[in-house]
Design a protein around this ligand. Sequence first.
Ligand SMILES: Nc1nc2c(ncn2[C@@H]2O[C@H](COP(=O)(O)OP(=O)(O)O)[C@@H](O)[C@H]2O)c(=O)[nH]1
Ligand SMILES: [Mg+2]
Length: 434
Amino acid sequence: MIGDLGSSLRDVIKRVARANRIDKRTIDEIVKDIQRALLQADVNVKLVMQLSSRIRERSLEEKPVAGADPREHVIKIVYEELVKIIGEGADMPLGEQTILMVGLQGSGKTSTTAKLARFFQRKRLKPGVICADTYRPGAYEQLKQLCERIDVPFYGERDNSNPISIIKKGMKELERCEIKIVDTAGRHALERDLIEEMKDIHELIRPNQKLLVLDASIGQAASEQAKAFNDAIGVTGVIITKMDGTAKGGGALSAVSETNSPIAFIGMGEAVDDLERFDPDGFISRLLGMGDIKSLIERAEEIVSPADVDVKSMIRGRFTLKDMYKQLEAIDKFGPLKHIMQMLPFGAELSDDSCQVTKDKLARYRVMMDSMTNEELEDPKIVGSSRMKRIARGSGTSLEDVRELLKYHKIMQKTMKGLRGGRSPMQKLMKKFR
Ligand SMILES: Nc1nc2c(ncn2[C@@H]2O[C@H](COP(=O)(O)OP(=O)(O)O)[C@@H](O)[C@H]2O)c(=O)[nH]1
Ligand SMILES: [Mg+2]
């Protein structure tokens, strides 16, 4: 699992941070640990060797800038080299365009087509979806239902077995959609007719983007697939799905590096909102446990209207109960808090329980907060046990409930505080591991 890779890499970082001194022997050990972690995660051997020798060389040769801690210097090198192997993320222009989805059967094309439509929808664009999978029974129904659920225009023909004619009509039918996404058929394995079909479709629509969908669990087979599709139509971006699962993910990551096709998104679950823009810095930071503030902010700003939550003030650290409530409401709109918390530095350390904010809980919080004075809402610290009793009585809840609300606020406040301050993520990281 990619999480396993993360935890073994975090162990390496910990070792570096705790090392008394950085000498050749320490560096050799670190490099070996990194190799082991990557190989276990299915990362391609050649790539692992390239990467580790670069880390070794740089750690031995480059001198830290004056005054910098040699341990920090090595961590920085590890970080930079990891970011370098996964390359830059793919551009995702937010303008009129046609997108062709390709990949083997079961890789997650159809679900990702809907997720992608949803992504553009959230960006206030008008997507439309065409089903050109005439191969798999049920493909039409599956995509149609997904599109209905998110209210995105859909074109498909249940009984037509010619993808070219469907696409021709679909493109006309969806003329007014700014983003046209074409879902295609896959096969169980790379077969000539699949590749021919992709070429024909490609010729017909001349898509702006050709996104290859790869299942995180396919391991080393990823390279061959990536190469075949890239040779046939020129892949412009890769989407790695099922990164939430038990897959190691390293195979898919290596494929990307080998074909030089940038990763555009990663799929993090089965729900239509479980698609994340890929950003190499953020991805590696999260893997190494440094948190990903940028993607948190991007996501929060996109889904929540500015009137709902002032992300900037949140991060500055003024975080009252009222702020918390607004934020929870917002988060409720776009998925489990856990995803968001994992993007925060050290967020992954929060227990599942504290991340679970259900609609019921939100409603209970609201009632309790209605029984609180403005002063208490602005500064929950002043709520002692007698005030707690009063709030519980006034809201028809229990003392336990009130305590939970306050505790939750504390956790959130602390997390938010972690986001600000003058320390660099690197310094925070070092501090944490010492
Ligand atoms: N857990 C998880 N499941 C996914 C993800 N993406 C797709 N799936 C599941 O993978 C299965 C195959 O997906 P589908 O879109 O039909 O693949 P296609 O044959 O390439 O169109 C479905 O059960 C999806 O729900 C993901 O990111 N995470
Ligand atoms: Mg499909």
